[in-house]
Structures are given as structure tokens and as C-alpha cells.
Design a protein around this ligand. Structure first.
Ligand code: ZN
Length: 512
């Protein structure tokens, strides 16, 4: 068989795997947005059948042989020049081959027994976590967390790593990233965040009480949709529905859906949640047509994904220029809530900084500290330096050290997040990496287009969207996160761009 024929065969198998994956996405979307509760048993049967088929496809002998013949023992490298700005997404298949090889190796290295044991521990762990959080009872969750931690160690050892066991886990969510890099950028970030936070805490407090009054849900829906459309979400290839936890999902190449949640007592969650998810969706909707149906046809890593949702939510969606355009319309929809509120006060309020215990409610400045807390603790857990039984105390101490406040209950401390109960260790850093990538990309954009923010004030978002599409979105996962950072900014990942962005923004907002 010729090389071309082999690549074609591999593409054919991949297309089938991606189609199975999109069916999984559709079933999951349905499960979260409207499936009758009693259907859960049947649904998990359907999902596990499909997941098994996907695993068998990826780990299959035929893929193994093809990948072996096409790649040999090493990861194919992109040819020189492939990374030049403006180059086509994957003309010579090398990005496709390295990704297929990577997926195949991960799949064959993890034994099927471990896959099923992990899945079982995840569903038990999640159920135990829900009730433990309700009852504020860490001891009830402890044995499950211990099991999930042990299974994660086993998984990391099966996958393999060079320096640090944590790398093997991190790699699942942020391919090719190393814990040592995360250490370096988080250390840079933590000093900057702490010092800015101290200065903000010395400034007069912002009165944002008007944000927490009765905002009719129908108007919230209308406004959320208007904003998503204005910033470029393509409703002919997507829709917005409601779910308990907002997410973006991709049941097909031309089907990228988002969900949001409307809280009548708070305006912030629906609108900023919608902008956040629209940011994820713009990324998926912007992938080049040539990558459709392939493993390369979606976002390259969770961190890069999060960089896009946060760029749209925070750097664009919480900027003064953005609200220059949208605030008059918002006031018309909510005259009773916003009648006496100036745009300046509104912008200040949606950017209010205040240390809080709950990560998902955190502002831009304290958010990174919540992530550092989790990153440090999960590394200690994985290395065995921190016994699971000592975790709640360690959490509370570190929370006090980083944020200056101490949880009184585990429900608002160590039990607040779902991730560890799902066995996801190595996931948390991607949230904060997203902020760093996003700020570094945005700084590069501003170097080329110094007046870009002015375009937001006139409701023109096509310029920024086209730039992001041309540099990031169109490549899907044919470029790794590190390659994107290098080609777009000419540097390694740095925390200083995020620190500079916050410094400029909050010095102005708080008149520091
Ligand atoms: Zn997100």
C-alpha cells in the first residue's frame, strides 16, 4: 500500500471515530438540557457502548500498524516553515499523523481494566461527592478520593512520563505541557496577583448592590442572544439552551451549541456566562473547513480553549469600550434596575475584586489564586506528601495564605468543585493557563492593531474575530498550544502579559 493510501485509510478510520464522538456529544447535550431523569440508566448504556467503540477504534491493531508504518518510533515533526504565519492548517498531514500517534499510544498504554475501573470509580465518586457536599461531610468522600488518586497514579505510570508523574495527567487536558512550565508561570503570576490584590483591598469598596436585584429572565434571554449574535456566534450552526452548569459542546462540525443559566436575582451569571461560552463556540466555529471530520477539527487544548472564552468574557466583555456599545440597550431592557446607574459605575461593578471562597464566583484578579491552591494541593496528593485525610486542613491553611480568608465548612472549601470527584487531576491548571495565553495573544494583537479596543465601542467585533480566527481558530488542533504561542507572540508562555493587563485595567478602575 502506498503512503497516500495508508494515510487515506487512517483518515477513514479517524472520520468514523470522530462521528462516534459527535454522537456522544449529542447524547450528552440531551442529557444535560432536557432528558427525563428516569432515562439516565439507558443513557449511560448508550454512552458506554459508544465510548467502548471509540476506544477500540483508536487503540485498534489497524491504527497501530498504520501509525507504526507511517511514523516509525518517533512523533512526526512539522516541516520547517509549516508554522509560518498564514500557512495552511495541515497540507502535508504531519500534524494529523502526530496527533493520531499520540491518541493511539495513550489508548493502548492504558489497559482496558483500568479504563473500566476508572469509569466505575468516577460515577461512584461523583455520587459520593454530591451527598458529601450537601452534608458537609469530607469523611464520606475520603475513600472515594483515595481510590481515584490511586487509579490516577496507576494511569500516569501506564501512560509514562519523563520528569514528573503529574505530567502524564496534565497531558490529557493540556497536551505537551509540563508541570515545570506551570510551576514557572504560576510563580510569576502569584506574586503579581497578590500585590495587586493588596492594593485593591486598600481602595474604597465598589457598591455593586444593583447587580443583585430582580432582573426578569425573558429580558436576560433576549440580551444574551443579542450579544452572542453581535460578537459573531453563528446561529445557523448552533443554539443556546439552558443547563445547571453552562458548557459548550460540538455534536457535529457545523453544530456547536452553548448552554447558559438564568438567575432572576443576579444579572451577571447569564450574560457573562453566555459571552464565555460564546468565546468557546467562536473557536470551534472558526476551525478551517479542510479539518472537518478529522481529529484536528477541534480546539487544541483546554488551556487554549479557556484563553478564548476568557478573552471574550473578560478582556472584551468586561471592558469599558464594550459597554459603550451595549449599555444603552441594556438600560432600555432593565430601566428599573439601571435607571440611576452610570456606565462607569456599571463597568466598575462587573469588575469588582473581592477575595471569596468559591472559585466559580471569583473575579479576574483572585481567580488565579484559587487555581494555584488546587494545583499545589493535587501535586502534593499525587506525590504522596499529603495524605488524603489531611487535605481539608491543608486546603484551609493555603486558602488563608493565598486569599486571606478561611473556609468554615468543607462544602465551601475542599468539597466545592466537581473535578476531583470525577478523577480529573491535572485539569485545574488549564483554567489559569487560559488567562495567561489569552493575555499574551491579546498583547500581540494590540501591537499590530493598537486601536482594536476602540472598535468594540462602535459594536465592531469582526476585526478582533478575524484576527483570532486567522491566528488560532482556523488551525483547530493542527498546532499545539506551544506552537501557537511561539508563532503568534515569538516567545515562550509568560505570566507578565496577564499581570500587565490586570495592572493597567485595575489601576484605572480603582484609581490606585
Ligand atoms: Zn470555559
Amino acid at each position: 500500500m502506498s503512503r497516500e493510501k495508508k494515510i487515506d485509510r487512517l483518515r477513514e478510520i479517524d472520520r468514523q471515530t470522530q462521528t462516534l464522538g459527535s454522537i456522544v456529544q449529542l447524547l450528552s447535550w440531551d442529557q444535560e438540557t432536557g432528558m427525563p431523569p428516569a432515562a439516565v440508566g439507558g443513557r449511560s448504556e448508550q454512552l458506554s457502548l459508544l465510548e467502548g467503540m471509540i476506544h477500540d477504534n483508536t487503540a485498534g491493531e489497524e491504527v497501530g500498524e498504520l501509525v507504526g508504518e507511517l511514523c516509525g518510533d518517533s512523533t512526526p515533526e512539522l516541516p520547517p516553515g509549516a508554522l509560518l504565519r498564514g500557512a495552511e492548517p495541515d497540507p502535508d498531514s504531519s500534524a494529523f499523523l502526530r496527533t493520531m500517534r499520540r491518541e493511539h499510544l495513550r489508548a493502548v498504554r492504558i489497559p482496558r481494566r483500568l479504563v473500566t475501573e476508572f469509569a466505575r470509580a468516577q460515577s461512584r465518586g461523583q455520587a459520593a461527592w454530591i451527598s458529601a457536599r450537601e452534608k458537609d461531610d469530607f469523611a464520606a468522600f475520603l475513600p472515594h478520593l483515595q481510590t481515584l488518586l490511586d487509579l490516577n497514579r496507576e494511569k500516569a505510570d501506564a501512560v509514562g512520563y519523563e520528569e514528573d508523574r503529574y505530567d502524564a495527567l496534565l497531558d490529557e487536558y493540556e497536551p505537551w505541557m509540563k508541570a515545570s512550565t506551570v510551576d514557572r508561570v504560576f510563580d510569576e503570576m502569584s506574586g503579581a496577583l497578590r500585590s495587586l490584590l493588596d492594593r485593591i483591598m486598600g481602595a474604597p469598596e465598589v457598591d455593586d448592590a444593583f447587580l443583585y436585584t430582580d432582573y426578569p429572565v425573558e429580558q436576560q434571554k433576549l440580551f444574551s442572544r443579542q450579544v452572542a449574535e453581535a460578537i459573531g456566534y453563528d446561529f445557523s450552526r448552533g443554539n443556546i439552551s439552558e443547563s445547571a452548569h453552562p458548557f459548550t459542546i460540538r455534536p457535529g462540525d457545523d453544530d456547536v451549541r452553548i448552554t447558559t443559566r438564568y438567575n432572576p436575582a443576579s444579572f451577571k451569571s447569564a450574560i457573562f456566562g453566555t459571552i464565555h461560552e460564546t468565546g468557546h463556540a467562536l473557536y470551534e466555529q472558526g476551525v478551517d473547513d479542510s479539518l472537518k471530520g478529522s481529529v484536528l477539527g477541534q480546539g487544541t487544548s483546554l488551556g487554549i480553549h479557556e484563553s478564548q472564552s476568557r478573552t471574550w468574557e473578560n478582556m472584551i466583555g468586561r471592558s469599558s469600550e464594550f459597554w459603550k456599545h451595549f449599555y444603552p440597550g441594556l438600560c432600555e431592557l432593565f430601566p428599573e434596575n439601571l435607571g440611576g446607574v452610570s456606565r462607569e459605575r456599571f463597568v466598575q461593578s462587573v469588575n469588582k475584586v473581592e477575595p471569596s471562597l468559591i472559585r466559580i464566583e471569583a473575579d479576574e484578579v483572585t481567580y488565579g489564586l484559587h487555581i494555584i491552591l488546587r494545583f499545589r494541593l493535587e501535586r502534593e496528593l499525587l506525590s504522596g506528601n499529603l495524605p488524603v485525610a489531611d487535605l481539608p486542613g491543608a486546603w484551609n491553611d493555603l486558602c488563608e495564605e493565598l486569599l486571606g480568608i478561611r473556609p468554615r465548612r468543607d462544602a465551601e472549601g475542599v468539597l466545592q468543585d466537581v473535578h476531583w470527584s470525577m478523577g480529573a487531576i491535572g485539569y485545574f491548571p488549564t483554567y489559569a493557563l487560559g488567562n495567561l495565553y489569552g493575555a499574551q495573544f491579546f498583547a500581540a494583537l494590540k501591537k499590530e492593531e493598537p486601536d482594536i479596543e476602540k472598535s468594540f465601542g462602535s459594536g465592531n467585533f469582526s476585526k478582533v474575530r478575524e484576527w483570532l480566527t486567522g491566528r488560532i481558530y482556523r488551525y483547530g488542533s493542527s498546532r499545539t498550544a506551544g506552537e501557537l504561542v511561539h508563532t503568534i507572540t515569538g516567545e515562550d508562555l509568560q505570566a507578565k502579559y496577564f499581570a500587565d493587563y490586570l495592572e493597567t485595567k485595575y489601576t484605572q478602575l480603582y484609581d490606585l
